[in-house]
Ligand binder design. Sequence first.
Ligand code: ZN
Length: 366
Amino acid sequence: MTHPKPALINIPSEPIGSIPRPPDLIQKLAQVDSEDPALATLYEDAVRDTIERFEATGSLVVTDGEQRKYHNFLTYCVHGLPNTSADGFKIPFSDGHTRRMLRLTGGPFRYLRYADSYLDLAMRYAHVPVKQAVISPSALSLMYPAEGIPDYPREQFIEDLLREHETEIQRCLQKGAHKVQIDFTEARLAVKIDPSGRLLDSFIDLNNLALSRFSPEERKRIGVHTCPGGDLHATHSAEVDYADLLPRLFELKAGNFYVALACEQDRRRVLKIIRKYLKPRQRIFVGVIAPIYPRIETAEEVRDRVLEASEYIPIEQLGTTDDCGFAPFSDDTSTSRDTAFAKIRARVLGTALAGNLIGGDHHDTG
Ligand SMILES: [Zn+2]
């Protein structure tokens, strides 16, 4: 008697975005302005190499590794804006280091570049769908100073901010981005800064104002990423309980959520919270890889994490991802490119192993 081939279940797997930049690019960025024409070849080589290596992992969705996002995932769109200063909102990390936002010193607020400009180059080299990450309106709202700006009221700033964000996503969707992921790393940080939850509420409301501008069809291609922040092997808000974040997070009008999970102390507890608050038509990509830990996960470890998640999340709403980008800030050399791609390969393989097992189980039980 021959055994019928088990029904395969394809569990989608996507990266978050950033990959460590090649050393020659990092070195050059330390010497010249990020827009210097001398960087063009280095940027192009970095993007081409990143996409080649991404595709070699078997990943069915790739990014450009954010090689051209300078200086980071937060402020790439406003870097170089003349009406800003460097002394903005401070993000404290667990190891004592800090990163700073830009501060807006006058109106009007405009983006200097939209992320679809990165997509152009990436899609020239990619043979598989390309995903694009963009920064959330709530993160950029931190640029507006608490004391206000004369002749440029906060209401006007918010209106300009929402229009710029909408334009950026619209352009990425039109160019054929597989998904547009809104980086919302400040969500968990907001609960740490304001345990009453009011700051988080205001962030959710602002981001929903933006998401409301898209059709239900478009929102299927829009996702939101949450994590405790990852920079130089440290985090900014890992101590915040997901129970204080996820119920509100899933109120966002997005079709996809990319939730850091691999680093959590008690993954099953988090999965129970997800099961309770998850809404129909939302897909949850759970983090199965920890970019801030140097150890490379095995495919079997990833497989078991996916099987664990599948006990709580309906299979048609489950996906896998990395907990965070591998280098959200362009000068971060704490992880090598080799390590990043080895971890991504484990995610892709492990997710496929789990899909085969679940598909096989499904067949056996009819
Ligand atoms: Zn992240």
